[in-house]
Write a protein that binds this ligand. Structure first.
Ligand code: A3D
Length: 321
């Protein structure tokens, strides 16, 4: 079997960790692209020089030339700037949309058969723009946000219950912003509802709800919590790991169910927008979207999140993209 080729567009904090994880897992040969000269070459050289110690054997290439991504099976995009002091949301949207447009053109012209995972923010808008400019099949352009948001939610639940995070299953849907929707009712510990575990722990339904509400709130604000501690930049280890879980499902054709920013054609009452929903990821990208039955409260939260995504996309269109 021919070795897979994975191109990483953006060689910053997340891009560097992605390259290292792909190499360590031998998911495929890596091409790390960035507009900054020499930096991706330096990072890939550094990672390659760990191959003897880590025991991996893949090719790693750093580049500033899109031609080097030719033949890629998968592309993961992290190109984009974080918000700087004094920069408005529109300023960031304009800057990153310009970058995403050039990335989509570069990928379209050089790796037309690739499946693409976008990580750059604002996520839901950037996925939408990449698909629009590239013209790629909707099922082959997806965004990473929900895997990370769900992992954060699961981590907080594990800490609260004093249990291994390996046994926690929790999902966060909706857009990647303050309106994201952690699904409390579906959160479970190997099948046992988390709310039931909390009620048992506290012997009081009101207290259990209060504790869960705090975890939901912390999940929604988790990105900002890391930013505040780091002082410069945003989370990069966990976003990279999350995208790798998606990449692995696609590269290995695993058909794994995970929250994915995927294009909806009527599912969840949404037509023509990218929103975080449970999706089956396999060799063709999104193999299937799983429509959950939501209760009134969950549907209302989802509707609010969907309208935030629609507003974001409308803002981007107003800015000319
Ligand atoms: P950073 O370390 O700044 O890396 C971004 C890289 O993009 C830099 O190396 C730039 O040189 C490069 N770049 C800029 N313009 C271009 C271009 N035109 N073509 C190619 N590369 C370019 O950021 P990071 O790696 O920490 O984060 C990357 C993105 O991910 C940002 O937009 C973050 O906001 C976003 N992010 C998303 C999540 C999600 O869960 C969705 C989490 C964390 C960060």
């Amino acid at each position: 079997m021919a070795r897979k080729k994975i191109a990483l567009i953006g060689g910053g904090q997340i891009g560097g960790v992605l390259a290292q994880l792909i190499a360590q897992k031998e998911l495929g040969d890596v091409v790390l692209f960035d507009i900054v000269e020499d930096m991706p070459q330096g990072k890939t050289l550094d990672i390659a020089e760990a191959s003897r110690v880590d025991g991996f054997d893949v090719k790693l290439k750093g580049t500033n030339d899109y031609k080097d991504i030719a033949g890629s099976d998968l592309v993961i995009v992290t190109a984009g700037l974080p918000r700087k002091p004094g920069m408005s949301r529109d300023d960031l949207l304009t800057t990153n949309a310009k970058i995403m447009k050039s990335v989509a053109e570069g990928v379209r012209d050089n790796a037309p058969n690739a499946i693409v995972i976008i990580i750059s923010n604002p996520l839901d808008a950037m996925v939408t723009l990449f698909q629009k400019v590239s013209g790629f099949d909707h099922a082959k352009v997806i965004g990473q946000a929900g895997v990370l948001d769900s992992s954060r939610f699961s981590t907080f639940i594990a800490w609260e219950l004093g249990l291994s995070v390996k046994d926690i299953n929790a999902m966060v849907l909706g857009g990647h912003g303050d309106t994201m929707v952690p699904l409390v009712r579906y959160a479970n510990v190997n099948g046992i509802p988390v709310m039931e575990m909390l009620e048992r722990k506290y012997g009081d339904a009101a207290k259990a709800k209060e504790v869960m509400d705090a975890m939901v709130e912390r999940t929604k604000m988790a990105g900002g919590e890391v930013v505040k501690l780091l002082k410069t930049g945003s989370a990069f280890y966990s976003p990279a790991s999350s995208a790798i879980m998606m990449a692995e499902a696609i590269m290995k054709g695993e058909n794994r169910l995970m929250p994915t920013c995927a294009y909806l054609k009527g599912e969840f009452g949404v037509d023509g927008y990218y929103v975080g929903v449970p999706a089956v990821l396999g060799e063709n990208g999104v193999e299937k979207i799983i429509e959950l039955s939501l209760n009134e409260e969950e549907q209302a939260a989802m509707d609010k999140s969907i309208s935030a995504v629609k507003n974001l996309v409308a803002d981007m269109e107003r800015l000319g993209f």
